[in-house]
Design a protein around this ligand. Structure first.
Ligand SMILES: NC(=O)c1ccc[n+]([C@@H]2O[C@H](COP(=O)([O-])OP(=O)(O)OC[C@H]3O[C@@H](n4cnc5c(N)ncnc54)[C@H](O)[C@@H]3O)[C@@H](O)[C@H]2O)c1
Length: 426
């Protein structure tokens, strides 16, 4: 399925499962795209399905609603006049929903991570290969301006050989996680009490993996993962429970460590550090995004982004700006400004991601991230957990491409050599 292109779809008919935070933000982006129809919406909670339908009033989209039962999403997948199913539910549900949607003949676009067990990783691959359906994980951070800039620079040889990458999802989620109604059923807090390891690796890792051509000339070989103890979540739960009985069930739980640091080694001998910290009282958000090459370095966080290609230190602003002008690819120059104008989420990256997905489907082109990418990046969830539970022992990362990584070609067309004709409606 690497390089796979489905027949062109003139108007992409879409169903969305999961209408908490992420589902509605995709809907608000999709409604700005020409050549799509939102045909169905599903959420367990009827009021969320209704609110999402309401947000589309006055547009040409007249979706069928599914809600009120935990399996209603299956009926959405079975609806015949749908080409693409967006999955934006809690992440441990993604794989089974994606597999069922592909079995029903639909292409899939799933939020991150797409899988949380190795068994689910293989089910996704087997199903995508057998049904010949796209199965894209929506790693939107890979569309950030600095991420796409450094991908282009790597492709053009600016870094020389890329030796090492550092990435993270380090951002404070304490108040969201302890919020009674922030996430459905407080699912994130429950995950923090149920799992160890890096439970959210893909935001930083996706772009670094693309820069290293993972699954296309190199692949992940093994990892080790080290985790701190929990110094904050248990204490916060106990403090809240002292004032409010609602939190009593959370007070006796043991939470995953606050900071997880995993190191991946690739078969070509490169290394990647992936970190997760969602508990520290940190103001600044960071995905780090540091690229170390034989000829140059780049680092996005702590802001501002910087580049160095000599022993003199970081490049002065003027030289940095020249490089940005020289290496910013078409996907950012053409679509980035439109994304900012319509106020798309995550600094506009959500529009780039959804726009290019739809544009590739319109034009019968391979997608930016294939099933092997989504699965390899997500596999860090269960593998880092195994390592943490085994005194940080090393664990092999499966070759999800079954050997094809040696011949697969890069597949994110950031220069828009093909397609690029999908209109963004203001
Ligand atoms: N890419 C990004 O930047 C980004 C940002 C936020 C969240 N996410 C990912 O998006 C996903 C959703 O996160 P969220 O913040 O929207 O969560 P959320 O809790 O706000 O929303 C989840 C929704 O799923 C619904 N749901 C639960 N079980 C269901 C079922 N059986 N059938 C139908 N609907 C069901 C819930 O009612 C809820 O409305 C997660 O996997 C998360 O990791 C990605």
């Amino acid at each position: 399925m690497s390089g796979f292109a489905a027949p062109k779809i003139e108007s992409v008919r879409i169903g969305v499962i999961g209408l908490g935070h992420r589902g509605p933000s995709h809907i608000q982006v999709l409604r700005h795209l020409d050549g799509i129809e939102i045909r169905a919406l599903c959420d367990l909670l009827p009021e969320r399905a209704e609110a999402a339908r309401h947000s589309l009033e006055g547009t040409p989209h007249k979706p069928t609603l599914y809600s009120g039962g935990a399996s209603e999403w299956k009926r959405l997948c079975e609806q015949p006049d749908i080409d693409l199913v967006y999955i934006t539910t809690p992440y441990y549900m993604h794989a089974s929903m994606a597999v069922y949607a592909m079995e029903c003949g639909k292409h899939v676009a799933s939020e991150v991570p797409i899988a949380s067990t190795i068994g689910d990783c293989w089910k996704l691959i087997d199903t995508a290969e057998r049904t010949r359906r796209h199965c894209m994980m929506l790693e939107n951070y890979a569309y950030g301006p600095f991420q796409v800039l450094t991908l282009n620079m790597a492709r053009k040889g600016f870094f020389g050989e890329v030796v090492h990458g550092e990435c993270a999802y380090n951002t404070s989620k304490m108040s969201n996680n302890f919020g009674k109604n922030f996430y459905w059923d407080m699912w994130w807090l429950k995950l923090y009490a149920a799992k160890r390891g890096n439970i959210y690796p893909t935001h930083g890792l996706g772009s670094v993996a693309q820069i290293m051509n993972i699954n296309r000339g190199d692949r992940f070989d093994f990892l080790v993962s080290v985790e701190s103890n929990d110094f904050m979540m248990g204490a916060a739960a106990r403090q809240l429970a002292a004032r409010d009985d609602f939190y009593r069930p959370f007070a006796g739980k043991e939470y995953r460590g606050n900071v997880n640091t995993s190191i991946i080694r690739t078969v070509k001998g490169r290394t990647i550090m992936v970190q997760h910290d969602a508990t520290s009282p940190r103001g600044p958000h960071s995905v780090i995004h540091a690229i170390t090459g034989t000829k140059a370095l780049a680092q996005e966080y702590p802001l501002p982004p910087r580049i160095s290609n000599s022993l003199k230190g970081w490049l002065p602003q003027k030289d940095y700006d020249d490089l940005v002008r020289q290496y910013t690819p078409a996907i950012t120059t053409r679509i980035g400004e439109l994304a900012r104008q319509i106020g798309a989420g995550h600094g506009g990256t959500d529009l780039l991601e959804d726009w290019h997905l739809i544009d590739c489907l319109h034009n019968g082109l391979p997608l930016d991230q294939d099933v092997y990418d989504g699965v390899a990046w997500s596999s860090i969830v269960p593998l880092s957990e195994w390592s943490v539970l085994n005194r940080s022992g090393s664990i092999q990362i499966p070759d999800f491409t079954r050997g094809a990584w040696q011949t697969n070609q890069p597949n994110m067309d950031i220069d828009l050599h093909h397609g690029g004709n999908t209109r963004v409606i203001g």
